[in-house]
Design a protein around this ligand. Structure first.
Ligand code: ATP
Ligand code: MG
Length: 255
């Protein structure tokens, strides 16, 4: 499953304009295969926009953006990428299992026979720990449970790249831990590449690599250990603040 080059996503000069404003400014970065990369930064810095660009749903994208060696949005990538948006998108009047059956029939047309599809669905439901709620209506689930149904949809068909936009928002500490354990199983055991956003800095420690963003730019791209060492700080949060101050000082000097 590992991409031979070891690089799942590669950008050069990635720029995105939204509503007439440049919200991503000439980004150069790589996302390594089989690793969990955390995308962190304050609200509005461009995390969701970057993810939309990677999955190919964002308009007005310029520069180079390759996913698994193909241009983002290429039809051949569709079944190889799983994407969970910030707002869970499930049908409230269907049960958890019916939601997944439906998405399985859309996402895996002809690729899997009925019995194989049922297996995919059962595994995805178990992965997100909703087996005991499989026959509950999605509309009757809690916010955290609904977002896990969305995650299960993204896991159908075992995509090589998972793009997860703030998947742990609103979850209690136990569920957050369980989800991070699942992300590690997917990356470490199944070789999946995971790009996951968060604005909670303590989740950064669970990522293999981090991209720290601010104002449409990437301040740093490194492992949590190297980030702390480089900035001589104890936590990723302190490292982030250090980098923000450094960037501001540079900008002052340039004036
Ligand atoms: N539909 C839109 N039209 C125009 N501008 C938008 C639109 N959606 C977002 N933006 C702008 O793009 C910028 C980046 O937004 P984005 O949603 O990518 O941020 P984010 O880092 O995901 O924030 P959050 O943590 O709140 O989810 C923001 O300045 C926002 O105002
Ligand atoms: Mg967002």
């Amino acid at each position: 499953m590992m991409n031979s080059s070891g690089v799942a996503v590669l950008t050069r000069g990635l720029t995105v304009v939204r509503g007439g404003r440049t919200v991503l400014r000439g980004l150069d970065f790589t996302v390594l295969s089989g690793r969990i990369t955390g995308l962190l930064g304050p609200s509005g810095c461009g995390k969701s926009t970057l993810m939309r660009a990677v999955v190919g749903t964002q308009a007005e994208v310029t520069g180079t953006l390759e996913v698994l060696g193909r241009p983002a949005g290429d039809a051949g990538l569709r079944s190889r990428i799983g994407y969970v948006t910030q707002a869970p998108s499930v049908y409230d009047d269907l049960t958890v299992r019916q939601n997944l059956d439906y998405f399985a029939s859309v996402l895996l047309p002809g690729r899997a026979r009925q019995d194989a599809r049922e297996e995919y669905v059962a595994r995805a439901v178990a992965d997100v720990d909703l087996t005991s709620h499989a026959d509950s209506l999605a509309g009757r689930l809690s916010g955290g449970q609904r977002s896990r149904v969305s995650l299960a949809v993204a896991l159908l068909g075992t995509p090589e790249v998972l793009v997860l936009d703030e998947p742990t928002v609103g979850l209690d500490p136990v569920l957050r831990r369980d989800l991070w354990d699942l992300f590690h199983r997917l990356a470490d055991d199944r070789g999946a590449t995971i790009l996951v956003s968060s604005h909670v800095m303590d989740e950064a420690e669970r990522c293999h690599r981090l991209m720290l963003m601010r104002d449409g730019e990437i301040l740093a791209e490194d492992t949590p250990d190297d980030l702390r060492a480089r900035t001589r700080t104890e936590t990723v949060e302190a490292a982030f603040l250090h980098l923000v101050d450094e960037a501001d000082a540079l900008q002052e000097d340039a004036r």
